[in-house]
Design a protein around this ligand. Structure first.
Ligand SMILES: *Cc1c(COP(=O)(O)O)cnc(C)c1O
Length: 417
């Protein structure tokens, strides 16, 4: 029996075939069961902010597990209070901010959904979200996720959510006094690292304020320093009513949070929400250690600088496949001229590089925030080799054509996701 057989028999079928079996990691590298080394530029989908097995992460888990792991939310713990204070400081809530802890991105967004209802009640039943944004897979967050193919098998959805295009005009047209909240993903990661139009967040802040609507930002992928600010909204110089975070704040430990600003902090009252595991001492100690390390090593600035360095190096690759980069900092979407992203991902893996294709025309890079010259140089050489493998397989010449047979190199490869 191979591990593929075990996975095929024992694991839920909602994921595609697993692409490899990894047994250990260190820094930006992973090793599979055959002891083959891979450069990891996916970092568990923007999760392993410090890379794999970072000493700060390892020591925080071991130390806190040996001290106090969990007591339930009937009680407070020092790590929970420390992390709440740290998140308030980093996100700039000021004294009036509050933090709700869950165990995932979806749980953070579920809390945000309830916040919207608490704010709007039955007077404001409408909630606006952006077409193509991703907010999670639970029933509430699926209702917020504007992807018909994801919702379709699970209809009916929780009512009230309406999807609008990511333009200021669409927002102006949709907002009124019956809307409780606007959900925005500052850069749409799962959709293919799609940036918002210039000035969108500022306009959204002004318009939502005018109509008494909560502006709730899903920073689950963009937060924790990834875009070159602690949170992506800080590039726009606005103050939202709430943000949700997860992925990178735990560095590999499952944790999520809803951070509220100003009056939105007074909406939850006793009995309106809760979680058994959320904010336990173990998870919050690990997250604090990860965020402290990001601060100590100035990794938010590193994300901005290494992001620029990577973009420049990618632009210099000799290839007919690439059509520019999107995103910010170390959240990078590489546009492809042809729908070959899965073929590029598979070729990269064969060359020892882990990357990801959120759709067939985009390669997503979300490496650890502490990468340096060595990792970037190695990435460029492996990625270039992977691109050339795909170009070669398709006998692409220097002139890109519009109708490349995508199936040609895909047919014998496992699909990702
Ligand atoms: C990953 C992600 C989620 C869901 O987080 P989970 O931890 O998988 O539940 C929600 N929103 C965004 C923007 C994400 O990237």
């Amino acid at each position: 029996m191979t591990w593929q057989d075990d996975a095929g028999r024992d694991l839920v079928r909602s994921f595609g075939d697993r692409m490899a079996l990894f047994v250990r990691g260190e820094g930006a590298y992973l090793w599979d069961a055959d002891d083959r080394r891979y450069l990891d530029f996916l970092a568990g989908i923007a999760v392993n902010s410090l890379g794999h097995a970072h000493p700060a992460f390892v020591e925080a888990i071991a130390g806190q597990a040996a001290t106090l792991a969990h007591v339930s939310n009937y009680f407070a713990t020092l790590p929970q209070l420390e992390l709440a204070g740290r998140l308030k400081r980093l996100s700039g809530t000021g004294d009036s901010g509050r933090v709700y802890f869950g165990n995932s991105g979806a749980e953070a967004n579920e809390a945000a959904f309830k916040l919207a209802r608490l704010h709007g009640g039955t007077e404001r039943p409408r909630i606006l979200a952006l077409t193509d944004a991703f907010h999670g897979r639970t029933m509430g967050t699926l209702a917020l996720t504007g992807k018909p193919h994801m919702q379709e098998p699970f209809l009916p959805m929780t009512p009230g959510v309406e999807f609008i295009d990511s333009t200021i005009e669409a927002l102006e047209a949709a907002l009124d006094e019956r809307v409780s909240a606007l959900f925005v993903e500052p850069i749409k990661g799962e959709a293919g690292v799609i940036d918002l139009p210039d000035g969108y967040l500022r306009a959204a802040r002004e318009l939502t304020e005018r109509h008494g609507v909560l502006l709730i930002l899903d920073e689950i992928q963009t937060g924790a320093g990834r875009t070159g600010e602690w949170f992506a909204f800080q590039h726009a110089g606005i103050t939202p009513d709430a943000i949700t975070v997860a992925k990178g704040i735990g560095g590999g430990f499952p944790i999520g949070a809803l951070i509220t600003f100003g009056a939105a902090s007074d909406l939850f009252y006793p009995g309106t929400h809760g979680s058994t595991f959320g904010g336990n001492a173990l998870g919050t100690a690990v997250s604090s250690a990860v965020l402290a390390e990001i601060e100590r090593e100035d990794l938010v600035r590193n994300a901005a600088e290494r992001g620029e360095q990577l973009r420049a190096a990618i632009a210099a690759i000799d290839t007919t496949l690439i059509d520019g980069c999107r995103g910010q900092g170390l959240l990078i979407g590489i546009g492809l001229r042809h729908p070959l992203a899965k073929a590029v991902v598979a070729a990269a893996q064969e060359h020892g590089l882990i990357i990801n294709a959120p759709n067939e025309q985009t390669i997503r890079l979300v490496p650890a925030l502490n990468i340096g010259d060595v990792e970037i140089d190695e990435f460029i050489s492996l990625f270039t080799a992977a691109l050339h493998t795909v170009e070669h397989a398709l006998l692409l010449d220097a002139t890109p054509t519009e109708d490349v047979p995508a199936g040609a190199v895909l047919s014998d490869r496992r699909e990702s996701e």
